[in-house]
Ligand binder design. Sequence first.
Ligand code: ATP
Length: 328
Amino acid sequence: MANKTVTRIGVLTSGGDAPGMNAAIRAVVRSAKYYNLEVYGIFRGYEGLIQNDIKKLENRDVAYILERGGTFLKSARSQEFRTSEGRKTAYENLKSHGIDALVVIGGDGSLTGAHLFYKEFGIPSIGLPGTIDNDLSGTDSTIGFDTACNTAIEAIDKIRDTASSHDRLFFVEVMGRDAGFIAVNAGIGSGAAATLIPERKMPVESLIERLKSRAKAKKQSNIVIVAEGGKSGGALEISKKVKKFLPTYDIRVTILGHLQRGGSPTSFDRLLASKLGVAAVEGLIHGKEDVMAGVINNKIVYTPIKRAIVDDKEVDEDDFRVAKILSQ
Ligand code: ATP
């Protein structure tokens, strides 16, 4: 733990945007002010840090953003920050503003960048898990995940109306390149016939068997959820394979895409983001650095960033079992 006294905090959002990022920024700004610290907003993530796009924030700057999706600080992916020259420029810009601590809100890539930056320049930094993918260890849920699941389920409910009216088989692709968290959650929540996720391979023959047995059981509609990075391919690819086995089926594909990133955050995400924003500031005040703040079993937990970004968070075995049992 550091003994450095933090006086001026910089906050940025980086990587893919997620609903609740605004709530987290607001909580960082308001809690920093509560503890008489100055706070600076860094626009467009690491890209803005390199380009010195930095502005002092006051409480009024974060009014009316709690309920808004996206991030008012904007987000970006920065190739330059991956280079040591880029990170050196970023450090010089921080110093020129007298910023002595950082809060980075983003996914595993953004937190990897924060860890590297800390190792190179020793600026105390705290990461907040801001990603719809829920693929960070050290927290039960990431900021934005709950909203993305709700959005996906709402869309799938609407697809079900048309699926059952026309006896169609729908393949619905949800986000999750490497992680099936949204898919499993949406699969259970929408009563899907099957859920295909990157972490597990489901042979197309098993899927056909499942669909045939559902036909025998006279199921009214069939919706298969596919995570975009599924081992057997995306929704389009799988639908083509299935069509070969079931040529008489009327098969349609819907890719939910970016609509899962948008929208007003749910109460769960607002609460999570607010708690974590305060935890970030309090963590810095108490000398924490190079850690990610998360919530596990309803308690704030600080996990070394190095540990949080390890790709070992898995879809709960029980959730997967529940999805399977309920899809028969
Ligand atoms: P999401 O989960 O939504 O994709 P993310 O934070 O994982 O969000 P990335 O594009 O992986 O998104 O990372 C965001 C930014 O973090 C990158 O554009 C880059 O600037 C920085 N970053 C990622 N990995 C590294 C790295 N190894 N070294 C330095 N910077 C990195």
